[in-house]
Design a protein around this ligand. Structure first.
Ligand SMILES: [Fe+2]
Length: 275
């Protein structure tokens, strides 16, 4: 089929594949494999102004791996992300503003997320990406040794409290049911690469004074998400962005939530737990 022509999106992260349309998305047999390779190398892959519908998105996403199911949505392969009052998960989407990886409370985090813009904000609502591989690679040799065996407690409550600082007992009970996870700070991937696991869901470091551990997590996040290390994608209707959820953190930038903005996400399930 046709050759893959790419253009880097920033020094740190991301690549655009040029000249992709819906027909090519569905019928270019080389594209899924090439996309997976680009994800490993660049973290983020963009197909600009594709305007794929849910079935098309799901068909392509399914060529990247097994898809997570979202039974509360009309097409269970695709979650709709919006603050529309009838969106069953609207309450939790506010926390998308904080650096996170998708499925961080699952036994195995998602491998990749695929996001299409259906309705975009006039202002704000960009998505930012920061490499957690680079976060590890940029540590000094001494820090790498120092952090080698640290373990971090993550919880749904930690990230939700940023949006709801005074939760009701009902909210606390719902959050608690999502559980608590302990992960190593340094993820030693099967590929041999290493990344750091932190973000707004990280509560504290095991065996370290709580404040000291939080200060270290905060410092790691600040360095990894400095503006020159971040890709900020400004959405046009129809853009499809795919990211390697195992080697990146992402977040949504602020926008007016009283105005419509709707993104459709499909998710390729992971096969590798954090270890
Ligand atoms: Fe997300």
């Amino acid at each position: 089929m046709s050759s893959i022509v790419t253009e880097k999106l920033s020094e740190a992260v991301g690549v655009e594949v040029l000249d992709v349309d819906v027909d090519r998305l569905l019928n270019d047999d080389d594209l899924p494999g090439a996309t997976l390779e680009l994800l490993e190398e660049y973290g983020v892959v963009l197909f600009r102004e594709l305007c794929a519908d849910d079935d098309t998105q799901a068909a392509f996403s399914g060529k990247l791996g097994e898809l997570a199911q979202f039974p509360l949505y009309p097409n269970p392969n695709v979650m709709e992300i919006s603050f529309d009052p009838d969106n069953p998960n609207a309450e939790y989407f506010a926390s998308n503003d904080y650096w996170h990886l998708d499925g961080f409370m699952d036994e195995v985090p998602a491998k990749a997320s695929i996001l299409s813009a259906h309705v975009v904000s006039e202002e704000g609502g960009e998505t930012e990406f920061a490499s957690t591989y680079a976060a590890y690679d940029n540590l000094s040799a001494e820090q790498k040794e120092q952090y080698e065996d640290l373990r971090v407690i993550h919880s749904f409550e930690t990230i939700q409290r940023l949006t709801y600082p005074d939760p009701t007992p009902e909210q606390l009970a719902v959050w608690a049911r999502r559980g608590v996870r302990e992960h190593p700070l340094v993820w030693k991937h099967e590929s041999g690469r290493r990344s750091l696991v932190f973000g707004a869901m990280a509560s504290h470091i095991v065996g370290m004074d709580i404040d000291e551990g939080r200060a270290l997590l905060h410092d790691l996040q600040e360095r990894a998400t400095a503006p020159d290390r971040v890709l900020r994608h400004t959405w046009s209707v129809g853009d499809m962005v795919i990211w390697d959820n195992t080697g990146l953190l992402h977040r949504a930038c602020a926008f007016d939530r009283s105005k419509p903005r709707r993104m459709h996400r499909s998710t390729v399930v992971g096969h590798e737990s954090i270890k």
